[in-house]
Design a protein around this ligand. Sequence first.
Ligand SMILES: *Cc1c(COP(=O)(O)O)cnc(C)c1O
Length: 375
Amino acid sequence: MKFSELPTPCFVIDKAKLTANLRILKSVRERAGCKILLAQKAFSAFAVYPLVSEYLDGVTASGLFEARLGSEEFRGENHVFCAAYKDDEFDEIASLCGHVVFNSLGQLRRFKGRALRAGAKVGIRVNPEFSTQSGHAIYDPCAEYSRLGVLCADLSEADFDGVSGIHFHTLCEQNSDDLEATLNAVVEKFGKYFKKISWINFGGGHHITRPGYDIDRLVNCVKKVKEEFNLEVYLEPGEAVALNAGFLKSKVLDIVKNGIEIAILDASAACHMPDVIEMPYRPPVLNSGKLGEKPFSYRLAGATCLAGDVIGDYSFDEKLKISDEIVFADMAIYSMVKTNTFNGMPLPSIAVMEEDGDCTIIRNFSYADFKSRLS
Ligand SMILES: *Cc1c(COP(=O)(O)O)cnc(C)c1O
């Protein structure tokens, strides 16, 4: 069916854009000689995993369920990092994953033997204590009191017997100059351990597929580490894989006035794009401008009871009417994976748009999905 025929609310995965991103990532893999994994926490649309697996080496998980999804749906490597594994889940995780990364020396001591016996490679996540981001402390694993990664001061106590890798993840939507600076800190602090290991994982947060990203610098960073230390290098971007590769189609249910005009939609920030409130950010809307840029300005908001269920302020060329379509862009990442049914709001359907624009609905949700998560 056509995009305009899709029901609302509906997430639409844009295969052409996804493929364009994947081509860029594949060229990075080939030029740098590294492996690239999809961080499933950003994008778990397993219907397109066969497509993704043509371009990337594998997936990475944040715990048992993502590890299972990866092993069921993706042909490739399956890695996992969890801030703390549960005893009763660990053996299943280790049986599904080829690489298991530990967040603390306590977890390493507790589970290393079981990981190795299951045939998994074992890595330690380190905290380089080198922040390159400002503003978003909740996205900064190097922020004060961070629980993520072993400190340099503590790593000297680690038993590296059976440990083959080091993992760091400190970036979020950043360019390769920040990676380069971080890498210098990592080498300075942890370089003395590199002769004990055979692989290093640079984590995610590399905004590789955004215009203006300095790919050459990334390639040089990878090559330098590979050549200087003879290590296999992994990158595990989430956002960059499906950046700008999805839409959330919604429609106007009502328009109310209170000082400004407010359009109430069948899509909700709180339920369908919680990062809009959490991060926070103002998502792009097709055919819209900033407030006051075009003649007709509106606040777009959700239909829940939450006063703060506000998506943002936009302007349009024409007056909005009930039933008009509002299409949010860049909705493939961190939206589909974060939806909830607060207020009993229905979950958006999921559709895929082929390269020629033809759309197919691949998933519908109903009252049963709301009820089945409660009791
Ligand atoms: C979130 C995360 C990623 C992916 O980050 P993006 O910003 O989506 O690229 C990769 N690795 C780890 C450990 C993460 O926590």
